[in-house]
Design a binder for this molecule. Sequence first.
Ligand code: NDP
Ligand SMILES: O=C(O)C(=O)[C@@H](O)[C@H](O)C(=O)CO
Length: 279
Amino acid sequence: MRQVPNVTLNNGVEIGQLGYGVYKVPAADSFALVSQALEAGYRSIDTAALYANEAGVGRAVRQATGDGGPLSREGVVVTTKVWNDSHGFDRTLTAFDESLHKLGLEYVDLYLIHWPCPEQDLYIQTYRALERLYHDGRVRAIGVCNFEPEHLRRLLDATDVVPAVNQVELHPWLQQNEVRAVNREAGILTEAWSPLARGQLLTDPVLLRIAAGLGRSVAQVVLRWHIQLGNIVIPKASSPARIRENRDIFDFQLDDGAMAAIAALDRGHRSGSDPGRVN
Ligand SMILES: NC(=O)C1=CN([C@@H]2O[C@H](COP(=O)(O)OP(=O)(O)OC[C@H]3O[C@@H](n4cnc5c(N)ncnc54)[C@H](OP(=O)(O)O)[C@@H]3O)[C@@H](O)[C@H]2O)C=CC1
Ligand SMILES: O=C(O)C(=O)[C@@H](O)[C@H](O)C(=O)CO
């Protein structure tokens, strides 16, 4: 097994380029599955207040990094997010306290605004609260999710700390080239959510052909494509076998022909919500 490589955020914090996402992981399973992911070599876990499984995530991280555990707390990145009903400066600080309490950790590594919620028009105040948490040392890095270029430009103009990541839906059927370019220009890393389009693209004939040629699964080919593009990627899986399968993407390469064939699959297909419409 090859180690998951780290990438460096714009403030120097390191994060595994491959992490484990836990949307729809039931609270009762989150301890076991996150423990298995950490055992399999993942060092970054992506949760959110919305997912209602922060307690199990935190317990798994505490067990793996506590006295006698195999890992150091500094070596694991825990991401959580402020949900849409907690936008605004004070409400965000309260939501953060609740998440930290559920996680049972001393600090959060990466704290993100979950959606810009443009109709609420509070994301600048929400981000100001993230900046406060960052300056107070309660989070190691801050960022956003689902920010379209217009939201990002406004945020960059109005605030001081450049987001470390912009986590957006991204996969071969929704390649987000404009968002990726704006992120790159601002020094923001692109993190891909639903990197497998929630499983919808696993029967794509082009991907099946590339996977067959390499003797890999389609999921592995798609995750490898993300890695070669420079994305951070956080697939969710519900079994130890799939958790390991998704990790095993660092011992092969997609050649230029395969990368070009995948680039041609972009079709603007969303498997989740449209950021302009979530409020
Ligand atoms: N910031 C945001 O707004 C959002 C963030 N996210 C984050 O991104 C993470 C990943 O996105 P998610 O929506 O879960 O979708 P993914 O694209 O990661 O797909 C998950 C689905 O793919 C299946 N799958 C995973 N690995 C394999 C495999 N090797 N072979 C076959 N099927 C596989 C899973 O099945 P099974 O579970 O049965 O194994 C599940 O049904 C989330 O868990 C969450 O952390 C997600 C949505 C929005
Ligand atoms: O998983 C998340 O983090 C989400 O916010 C999404 O799943 C979102 O609720 C969605 O796209 C629903 O289709």
